[in-house]
Write a protein that binds this ligand. Structure first.
Ligand code: AMP
Length: 271
């Protein structure tokens, strides 16, 4: 592992645009909110394999938090993040200020009025408008050829793809599978806030999503185990869920046909 940090940090949008003009070759972009883990790094490695230059952003976007406490408690670990990016061979880290990103005072917004209303959108009012607005700003600033998003945030991925198509943005959106701990728990920056007891319980969310049980039964099982589930729903070929464990909100999703396969296996008695 290299001990020096080679990833160059750029904090100002105008400075990045200036620098971008001098870059030759394809640029891959990985937007994040920091507190990086192996899931984020997986996206960076994919970007690295498919592009000449990789830039990651770390920006804890205030407009996509529907609870002030969640925004305040969000772990900020910029130096450690930069080291991880450097070890992964990421060339640039874009880390803007909220004042630069929202010089308009968030008076200009991007909203979607269909899929942004359900599931995550229903439980987190304003979340997707904040997310789409910041993603559009970041895509416009960075000027990448490809941007990498995780299936972990499946509804977000759908919305970003939809925005890119609707607004004719000249970029390819690349979807990356969810990276999980050995327990099956989807890696997430919020996991670092789970108590040891909650961390031991959390993998049940993924286990139940993958089981052949129907959505209502999964909700009931989560409640019995001490979760506070918000939804377990099948949409877009996925089974998706959100549930609170103590004061941490977990989300996850799996391919719905995986569940159906297991249903079939259960009925036919094989597998
Ligand atoms: P975040 O920092 O949580 O906003 O995530 C930044 C990007 O990393 C998003 O595209 C996420 O979907 C993706 N991501 C987060 N966790 C994972 C994971 N466990 N596996 C794959 N991608 C992830």
């Amino acid at each position: 592992m290299p001990t020096t940090v080679s990833t160059q940090m750029v904090q100002n949008p105008a400075a990045w645009r200036n620098l971008r003009k001098g870059l030759a070759g394809t640029v891959g972009f990985v937007p994040t909110m920091g507190n990086l883990h192996a899931g984020h790094i997986d996206l960076c490695l994919r970007a690295k394999a498919e592009n000449d230059i990789v830039v990651a952003s770390v920006f804890v976007n205030p407009t996509q938090f529907n609870q002030a406490s969640d925004f305040e408690k969000y772990a900020r670990t910029l130096e450690a993040d930069r080291k991880l990016l450097s070890d992964a061979g990421v060339d640039y880290l874009f880390n803007p200020d909220a004042a630069d990103m929202y010089a308009d005072g968030y008076s200009v917004k991007v909203s979607e009025e269909e899929i942004a209303q359900e599931l995550e959108g229903a439980f987190r009012p304003g979340h997707f408008t904040g997310m789409l607005t910041v993603v559009l700003k970041l895509l416009n600033i960075i000027g990448a050829d490809r941007a990498y998003f995780g299936e972990k945030d499946f509804q977000q991925l759908l919305l970003v793809k939809k925005m890119v198509a609707a607004l004719f943005l000249p970029i390819e959106i690349v979807a990356c599978p969810t990276l999980r701990a050995e327990s099956g728990l989807a890696l997430s920056s919020r996991n670092s806030r789970l108590s040891p007891e909650a961390l031991a319980k959390a993998p049940l969310l993924h286990q139940l999503l993958q089981s052949g049980m129907d959505n209502a039964t999964v909700m009931k099982k989560l409640e019995e185990a001490g979760f506070k589930p918000e939804y377990v729903e099948t949409r877009w070929g996925r089974r998706l869920a959100a549930a609170w464990l103590d004061d941490v909100r977990l989300i996850d999703n799996v391919a719905a046909d995986k569940q159906q396969e297991e249903d079939h296996a259960a009925v036919s008695g094989c597998g």
